[in-house]
Design a protein around this ligand. Structure first.
Ligand code: ADP
Length: 375
């Protein structure tokens, strides 16, 4: 098999013309960050920021030209947008990934993930991240090779919640190695930018950053990747649900929110993009007294179970409001890792088992998404 060399790749790219500038990509200095590892090739196509998504056909053409070379098994071409014109200047934020990311034809980080499961909520503050972290740990405890992607790029909380610090490394200068949080592979924008840096993301860049966290991370092989979705049900969430090829979604709700329609917004969003809702978790379901262990149903507990039944969506389980859950996740060791034999870990594991069962059932054949009736 022919060896892949930088020269052969550049030669292929010399045959790709930028119609806007009338010259080939190499002569125009638009190719950057060329990385070759065995048959896997990665590079960036640098374009002026104002061209944005209009440059997508060019990116595709570059990718295809390299992919056609004998010996190439995968190509990831990424558009990087520069404010100062083609091939010059800094990315707009100077921080996160810029431009629009590519979907690699084969061999990309996301290809070795069995199922991608989103954890979502209709609004912030209901314990979505806490649930995502504990669910990931519980899936691992059930024997699944698990990853956790913090897709909340505005307020990434996973580094703190999973107690992981530092920066991810890269072996080939192109694909990042995920971090490790209590045995779970972990990636978050929080590892890539300083906490102090204000993040100004424009719409397309949000998607680009998220796709890169998915595609340009050496995730695999994984059975399940849990994605802690950004809170809410706006465009970013919708696009992510669409592009990440989700196997299913878990909706987190508090008892009072389910009645207030917020959780239904989440259900509705996944229905729009044909992603099966694996079920609802009722978080802060009832209050567990840390002193006497007595249980009080302060928020009309059980609302989510009833509502799930009414909406025809599985109910996955309930997690109490317990200071131990807050303290452990705020302290960097979520309760499933901190007290693996305790009752809360058991509750999360039960939810994890139901998630795995539903994913298995889905894998047996095409299965219609649960019917959701919004009244
Ligand atoms: P979201 O991701 O929905 O914004 P978080 O997971 O960040 O919410 O949770 C918000 C706060 O509530 C955190 O301080 C977290 O520790 C706490 N919390 C979440 N779930 C529980 C629970 N079941 N019991 C006690 N505290 C909780």
């Amino acid at each position: 098999m022919a060896t892949i060399t930088e020269e052969r790749i550049l030669e292929a790219l010399r045959r790709v013309r930028d119609p806007e500038q009338g010259k080939d990509l190499v002569s125009l200095g638009m190719i950057g960050g060329l990385a070759i590892k065995d048959g896997n090739v990665g590079f960036s196509v640098e374009v002026a920021a104002q061209r944005g998504a209009a440059a997508e056909p060019l990116r595709k053409a570059a990718e295809q030209a390299v992919f056609a070379l004998e010996g190439v098994t995968s190509v990831t071409a990424v558009l990087t947008a520069h404010s100062g014109g083609a091939g010059a200047g800094q990315p707009p934020t100077g921080n996160g990934p810029a431009g629009s990311a590519a979907a690699a034809p084969k061999g990309s980080g996301a290809d070795r993930i069995g199922s991608i499961v989103a954890v979502a909520s209709g609004k912030g503050g209901v314990g979505k991240s806490t649930t995502a972290a504990n669910l990931a740990l519980a899936l691992m405890a059930e024997g699944a090779r698990t990853g956790l992607l913090d897709a909340d790029i505005y307020g990434p909380s996973m580094p703190r919640m999973m107690g992981v610090r530092g920066k991810p490394t890269t072996a080939d200068g192109k694909v990042l190695d995920p971090m490790n949080g209590h045995g779970v592979k972990l990636m978050s924008m929080g590892f890539l930018v300083d906490e102090e840096t204000p993040m100004i993301w424009r719409g397309p860049m949000v998607m680009s950053a998220l796709q890169q966290l998915l595609q340009d991370v050496d995730w695999g092989p994984l059975d399940v990747l849990v994605v802690d979705m950004p809170p809410g049900t706006g465009d970013a969430q919708l696009t992510l649900a669409q592009t990440a090829k989700l196997a299913g979604a878990v909706i987190v709700s508090t008892p009072q929110d389910i009645a207030l329609l917020d959780a239904r917004k989440g259900l509705n969003m996944f229905r729009k993009v044909d992603v099966p809702v694996l079920g609802i978790v009722e978080n802060m379901s009832y209050f567990q007294c840390p002193h006497c262990g007595e249980r009080s149903d302060i928020f009309s507990h059980g609302g989510a179970r009833r509502e799930a039944e009414r909406l025809g969506v599985p109910f996955l389980g309930e997690i109490p409001l317990d200071i131990a859950i807050r303290e452990t996740s705020d302290g960097g060791r979520p309760i499933v890792a901190a007290e693996p034999d305790g009752p809360h870990a058991a509750a999360y594991r039960e939810i994890a088992m139901k998630v795995l069962d539903r994913l298995d059932a889905g894998a047996d054949g095409p299965k219609p998404a649960p019917k959701i009736v919004i009244r």
